[in-house]
Design a protein around this ligand. Structure first.
Ligand SMILES: NC(=O)N[C@@H](CC(=O)O)C(=O)O
Ligand SMILES: [Zn+2]
Length: 429
């Protein structure tokens, strides 16, 4: 049994052009790709999906997400989180270990994988914690966690404060060919602030989170990565200083990669309308100068991939206000439309540039088979309507989290169908 996706607009990496194609998928892989100009293929006995000239891309890959299960199912769970991912066009996501319990044992890694297999609708890759309970005191059992299926080690949500602990983690991870993924934040420099140092903090009499609280860890960890040879991946880069350090490290051939989030590419602290916790995330929205620096970092390859840092919280939690609410915004269901509308429709990026940062680049950085639209690749595909403008309506999100600063934005580039391992798992109502 095969499925033909007819009349899909496909981006050709080699020519840099889009072309109309018919794509046959069978047994979970892309089996055949034909020029639509050659006519309609014999689809007799097979399912068909007519893409009708919409974009057909390799499914998006998001290597930094919070699914909240186990432990915080009131914020999100694996069923709702993967549905939200599929609605955003994502077919593979990597979930962070700041769950309850923290994903620091093989048992919890297996729980997530089992739950993803039974209740999830996209591919879920679990990360495991670097330290037990993410407390920074004692390393987890890396070998057991890898064996259980963890794809990398991270204490995301907090920075590893102790340099020796980070070095030990990197040495061990390097010896087993696993990446260390770092939430870069020096606690001593943050002191309970909710927004960046900058105009918004100053205007509202708030303490600010300084740029160096992030960059000091980036600099430290680059040196430790050089010393240990580990694949070191920097989470949610938000500052000019971090971009500079990563650029420099790459020039020296250090094995560092990095990610950036849509909100850090699009919003600055000067856009924050008031004391509204939907504008509170970690790292915080930085200054316009930092926004420019992360855009340039992505454009010149210093930053490798785009991730959402999908971080759902309940309405009650966010209602506590800017100072008391937890950090984080939802990301899946706005990521592609935001970036497509802001950067591709305006002519600043090619469509291919954006697609690569969300598909083939994450696959390359993390050694995944997916992320490419080639015969033989996994049939993980996303169909996107590039022409229809629609408003962001958080209340309609598949995610339990409605916490976004982008409510009411009018955007193009909405996913209409998502296919994972050859099966249609989500389509527009
Ligand atoms: N990004 C956030 O603002 N919040 C994340 C933690 C994190 O990724 O650091 C969360 O778990 O809510
Ligand atoms: Zn983080």
């Amino acid at each position: 049994m095969a499925t033909w996706i007819l009349n899909g607009l496909v981006w050709n990496e080699t020519t840099g052009e889009t072309e109309l194609k018919h794509i046959r998928i069978a047994e979970g892989v892309i089996a055949q790709i034909e020029d639509a100009a050659a006519g309609r293929p014999d689809t007799n006995g097979h399912d068909t999906i007519d893409a009708n000239g919409k974009l057909v891309s390799a499914g998006f890959i998001d290597m930094h997400v919070h699914l909240r299960e186990p432990g915080f199912e009131y914020k999100e769970d694996i069923a709702s989180g993967t549905r939200s991912a599929a609605a955003g066009g994502f077919t593979t996501i990597a979930c962070m270990p700041n769950t309850r319990p923290v994903t620091d044992t093989a048992e919890t890694v297996r729980y997530i994988l089992d739950k993803a297999a039974s209740a999830g609708i996209v591919n879920v890759l679990p990360y495991a914690a670097i330290t037990k309970n993410e407390l920074g005191r004692e390393l987890t059992d890396f070998a057991a966690l890898k064996e259980a299926g963890a794809v990398g080690f991270t204490d995301d949500g907090v920075g590893v404060q102790n340099a020796q602990m980070m070095k030990d983690a990197m040495k061990l991870a390097a010896s087993m060919n696993m990446p260390v993924i770092a939430h870069c934040e020096d606690d001593s420099l943050v002191v309970g602030a909710a927004v960046t140092e900058g105009k918004f903090a100053a205007a509202n009499g708030l303490k600010g989170i300084p740029n160096e609280s992030e960059a000091i860890h980036v600099g430290r960890d680059i040196l430790l990565a050089e010393a240990t040879g580990v694949h070191y991946h920097v989470c949610h880069v938000s500052t000019e200083q971090s971009v500079r350090l990563i650029r420099h490290a790459k020039q020296f051939g250090i094995n560092v990669t990095a990610e950036v989030c849509p909100h850090h590419l699009i919003l600055s602290d000067e856009d924050i309308p008031g004391m509204d916790a939907n504008w509170k995330m970690n790292p915080p929205l930085r200054t316009p100068r930092d926004v420019q620096a992360v855009i340039e970092g992505l454009q010149d390859g210093t930053l490798d991939i785009i991730v959402t840092d999908h971080a759902p919280h309940s309405a009650e939690e966010k209602a506590k206000g800017m100072l008391l609410a937890p950090f984080g915004i939802t990301g899946f269901e706005t990521a592609f439309p935001l970036l497509y509308t802001r950067f591709v429709r305006t002519g600043r990026w090619t469509l291919g540039f954006l697609l690569q940062r969300m598909t083939s680049d994450p696959a390359r950085v993390f050694g995944l088979q997916s992320g490419v639209l080639n015969v033989g690749a996994p049939a993980d595909l996303t169909i996107v309507d590039l022409e229809n403008e629609r408003e962001v309506k958080p209340e309609t999100f598949a995610s339990k989290g409605k916490n976004t600063p982008f409510g009411g934005w009018k955007l193009f580039g909405w996913p209409t169908a998502t296919i994972v391992n050859g099966s249609l798992v989500w389509s527009e109502q």
